[in-house]
Design a protein. Structure first.
Length: 304
């Protein structure tokens, strides 16, 4: 009497194990990627054409070659266009940062996660921040003019937060869709775990965290980052990069303030005072109690 179909599959998979192990070169896989791998290697591994993908995936998990991990959208609602659940297959030694980067091709570590890679914070986060830039937008020929009323109105409200926040039982992934910059100042950097990750540079990390303190542990933590970066930061490069990023809002006032408050050389701060400051600006959104810096024309949290 012949073997049952599933028993035959198990035997063939057992015989093919060496080849399967050698082919698993990545630490993270989507279901689609493993389906593709099975399709490409089925003949080399001498697996039956009847072997279906689900059995193959279960085999990888059952034999501990990969771990199946599920992520759910934190704030599920009927109006969201994002998938409510995502499944990844990962190696047992995968890091949360690798998992987060695998969610979207072309993404990179940013904000608090980039600050961790650079050693700018002592926070041990359970949240990983990645950025995947939006497609370039066609210019319509109009220039956006800035007014004090527009600034006041925008910063009176809480900061916008991405809806793409996924969680599992261990950590949370915040998937940001930032403006197109051509991935300026994104480089592969070795982290304390010995692995390399695509990450914003030291200077860009500080700029990004200044622009969105909510993604960086809060504005007080951002100020600590500037203090931690004092011996490594190139202020001239920071100023040039800020110009290259072409923000509408005058973030140089916020950066100049943070540099001043964390003890950077006074003679270098004039890089952020020129040209003359035109508007009052804000260090963070929705400030309930605030003080004002005359030098930087900047509102900041009272007591900071």
């Amino acid at each position: 009497m012949g073997l049952k179909r599933e028993e035959l599959w198990k035997l063939r998979l057992r015989d093919a194990r060496t080849g399967i192990v050698e082919s698993l070169q990545e630490r993270t896989y989507s279901v689609h990627a493993l389906e593709k791998l099975l399709f490409e290697k089925r003949i080399d591994w001498r697996l039956p054409g009847t072997l279906h993908t689900e059995f193959f995936l279960d085999y990888l998990v059952r034999t501990k070659l990969l771990v199946r991990t599920f992520f759910s959208l934190r704030d599920q609602n009927t109006h969201s266009s994002y998938q409510n659940e995502l499944t990844l297959y990962v190696t047992p030694d995968v890091t949360p940062m690798e998992t987060a980067l695998a969610m979207r091709s072309g993404s990179y570590l940013s904000h608090l996660s980039a600050a961790c890679v650079h050693g700018l914070t002592d926070i041990v986060p359970r949240v990983v921040y990645t950025n995947k830039e939006q497609a370039p937008k066609q210019q319509d020929g109009r220039t956006r003019s800035l007014t004090q009323d527009a600034i006041d109105s925008a910063f009176a409200k809480p900061s916008r937060v991405t809806a793409q926040i996924y969680t599992n039982e261990e950590y949370e992934l915040v998937l940001i869709s930032g403006q197109d910059t051509g991935k300026i100042d994104v480089v592969d950097i070795s982290a304390s775990d010995g692995r390399k990750y695509p990450t914003t540079s030291l200077e860009r990390t500080l700029i990004d965290c200044t622009v969105r303190p909510l993604y960086a542990g809060g504005i007080h933590e951002v100020m600590n980052m500037y203090a931690s970066a004092r011996e490594r930061l190139s202020i001239r490069r920071l100023r040039k990069l800020l110009d290259d990023l072409k923000f509408v809002y005058p973030y140089r006032q916020a950066i100049g303030f943070l540099l001043e408050r964390t003890g950077y050389p006074a003679e270098r701060l004039n890089l952020f005072e020129q040209p003359q400051l035109e508007f009052d600006f804000y260090l963070d959104y929705a400030l309930s109690k605030r003080a004002y810096s005359t030098r930087w024309r900047l509102y900041y949290p009272e007591g900071m």
